[in-house]
Write a protein that binds this ligand. Structure first.
Ligand SMILES: [Zn+2]
Length: 268
């Protein structure tokens, strides 16, 4: 087998690990930010409820002050009623008293509603404070876990990158450039298995002559559909990323005079 094939296979294997670790690393700041945002949202909601509660209490106080004034008016009205000289004056004072009493009843009812509102808001505040406390308690170990994970992933990445450098030095420059170009363009996967005459990345059929070349293992052809570099899955039977069920020995002897088949794209 062309020694570049196992070297490139190993490189792709490591690059898969590299990509998965890089994604893991990228997700950490996002998760940390989400934690902070969750806390900030709950804190803002709580502050809003507290403000509402304070406002309701202030309004209740003003209503109580007005109620006290109305009660004074009733006391004064009663005194006046005792001092009036005429029936007309008495009737007028009593009408005034009646309307003030109605006002007092309405205001008392309003104050009751405000008190209920305050009690409800206080309950909400209590529940929210508890939730916030719990969230804060959970956020701390989560933050620590993520920070530790970041350190671990960074160490692993450092090792992988160093290993990658020693591996790429073994590869032919032109081949490496092609590999890197495809990797950049197609999101990480540049050297893929061909299995049962199909590219395992794009699932398109591979022309039979090219498949024969792949099995011989001298050349590194590209998939005509997706452009990725190909290897025959039978060369790496332990490779879990390649297709299954095609054993190497069975495929070792190519069939005589294979018919030329065109790649017919089916569905992608
Ligand atoms: Zn392909």
């Amino acid at each position: 087998m062309n020694p570049q094939i196992p070297a490139l296979h190993e490189l792709q294997h490591r690059d898969r690990q590299l990509i998965s670790l890089e994604r893991k690393l990228e997700a950490i700041p996002t998760r940390l930010k989400e934690l902070d945002e969750d806390l900030a949202r709950l804190e803002a909601m709580l502050a809003n409820e507290r403000k509402k509660c304070d406002d309701t209490r202030a309004f209740e106080r003003s209503q109580r002050a007005l109620l006290a004034e109305d009660e004074d008016l009733v006391r004064q009205g009663k005194q006046r009623a005792n001092q009036v000289k005429t029936a007309r004056e008495l009737a007028a004072t009593q009408r005034e008293l009646e309307s003030t009493r109605k006002m007092i009843a309405a205001r008392t009812e309003e104050i009751g509603k405000l008190q209920n509102g305050v009690a409800e808001t206080e309950q909400r505040i209590e529940a929210m404070s508890k939730a916030l406390e719990e969230l804060r308690a959970a956020a701390e170990p989560e933050r620590q876990r993520l920070t530790e994970m970041r350190a671990r992933v960074e160490t692993k990445l450092g090792k992988l990158r160093a290993g990658r450098r020693s591996l790429t030095s073994k590869l032919d420059n032109e081949l490496l450039e092609t590999y890197e170009r495809i990797r950049k363009r197609l999101g990480g996967l540049a050297f893929v298995a061909a299995h049962r005459e199909r590219c395992m990345a794009c699932k398109m059929a591979i022309p039979h002559q090219i498949y024969v070349l792949l099995r011989k293992g001298d050349e590194i052809p590209a998939c005509e559909s997706c452009g990725r570099l190909l290897y025959w899955s039978g060369h790496f039977p332990d490779d879990t990323t390649a297709g299954k069920g095609e054993a190497a020995p069975k495929e070792a002897a190519p069939k005589a005079s294979p018919p030329v088949r065109r790649a017919i794209p089916k569905d992608e």
